[in-house]
Design a protein around this ligand. Structure first.
Ligand code: HEC
Ligand code: HEC
Length: 320
């Protein structure tokens, strides 16, 4: 469809310079086994291995104790599904083309390495990887490989998460518990602890990852924001769901995300330093301080529309 309109534009003797955003290709396009056995090919393959088998290499049970930078047994691919190649599951295809980039969380321009470490410290509840480590280089090489056909600065169709328009009400944790029992607990467990792939201690991580409790993402993670979690869940869960064929309504995704995020998880220190430009803080950031005077509960569970409206008013003045 996109290609067709581009061809049409060519037929009209127009240039194709403003071509539509590139899309994510079929899995074969990202097959690392076809790369030669040379230094680049080996590093890309190691990057993919780290993405899928993160606990074996970087987790708390990793054989090489010096590399235990992550403090939980999730894999990057627990969220960046299909090793970072699934549309609307925060894919890495094109990530190399969109960094360096301004990030509100730091109120500064961040590199792709710093973004990886954002997930290391939050999603993985761990420590940042040294920038000159082989592991950081491997992540960069793999993301570079996934982005190789994407022009610098272009945004890929399906990158990130789709926008989520929340219902105009507070999320209903009790209703979310019902959705969870019916559609999630069979894999992630009634206690949210997931199902290990092997045995605890063997570094094999999860068959079905932990959604809460001590071995999941911490409260500073992007997934701990209600609108982020709802968007992820709506387009990707239960397993097998795609953005084109969601299995939950917006209402169900909103409530079940609230239920998951109402449960205990590791706490990150120093979160008050996040989003130093307070007026630029997302309305669903689950921790203070907030500049708008609304209660913390509302920032966690909504309703979000009044907060969004209020932030718009605050922005120009608070930014001065
Ligand atoms: C618990 C889920 C989760 C896990 C596990 C996770 N991430 Fe993320 N990651 C996210 C979310 C959510 C975002 C987007 C957050 C936002 O910006 O709102 C993200 C964003 C990113 C981005 C930026 C993508 C872009 O297009 O801007 C990179 C790069 C990244 N993660 C790398 C990693 C790496 C490397 C690992 C493993 C070491 C990892 N992540 C593990 C949830 C996760
Ligand atoms: C059939 C099994 C299955 C069902 C049912 C299921 N999930 Fe998942 N879920 C997975 C797997 C497996 C992953 C890891 C990603 C992957 O392998 O593609 C995952 C990942 C996740 C993640 C990100 C990783 C993490 O640890 O936080 C969240 C959040 C999540 N699921 C929420 C849900 C919710 C909410 C439901 C119910 C609406 C649900 N899942 C239903 C299997 C399932």
């Amino acid at each position: 469809m996109k290609r067709f309109s581009c061809l049409t534009a060519l037929a009209l003797a127009s240039t194709c310079a403003l071509a539509a955003a590139p899309g994510i290709k079929d899995a074969a396009a990202y097959d690392v086994s076809k790369l030669p056995d040379d230094p680049y090919g080996r590093l890309v393959r190691y990057g993919k291995e780290l993405t899928e088998k993160t606990p074996a290499h970087l987790g708390p049970e990793a054989k090489n104790a010096k590399l235990r930078y992550a403090a939980n047994n999730l894999a990057c691919a627990s969220c960046h599904q299909a090793a970072g190649t699934k549309s609307f599951a925060i894919p890495w295809v094109g990530a190399h083309a969109t960094f360096p980039q301004y990030r509100a969380r730091e109120d500064a321009v961040s590199t792709l390495q710093e973004r990886v470490n954002g997930c290391m410290e939050r999603s993985m509840n761990g420590k940042p990887l040294p920038l000159d480590s082989q592991e950081m280089k491997a992540f960069m090489a793999y993301m570079h490989f996934l982005s190789r056909d994407v022009p610098v600065g272009a945004r890929v169709e399906g990158q990130g998460l789709p926008a989520f328009a929340p219902p105009a009400r507070r999320a209903d944790v009790q209703a979310g518990a019902q959705v969870y029992a019916g559609k999630c607990a069979s894999c992630h467990g009634a206690d949210g602890a997931g199902v290990r792939a092997g045995k605890a201690g063997d570094g094999q991580g999860y068959l079905f990852p932990a959604l809460w409790g001590p071995d999941s993402f911490n409260n500073g993670a992007g997934m701990n924001r209600l609108l982020t979690a709802a968007a992820f869940i709506r387009s990707n869960m239960p397993l097998g769901t795609t953005h084109a064929s969601p299995q939950l309504s917006d209402e169900e995704a909103y409530d079940v995300a609230a239920y998951v995020l109402s449960q205990p998880r590791p706490v990150k220190a120093g979160l008050d330093k996040d989003f130093p430009a307070r007026w630029n803080k997302p309305v669903d950031a689950a921790f203070g301080p907030y500049v708008d005077g609304a209660p913390a509960e509302q920032h966690k569970y909504g309703p979000f529309q009044p907060l969004t409206e209020n932030m718009k008013k605050l922005r120009p003045t608070a930014a001065k």
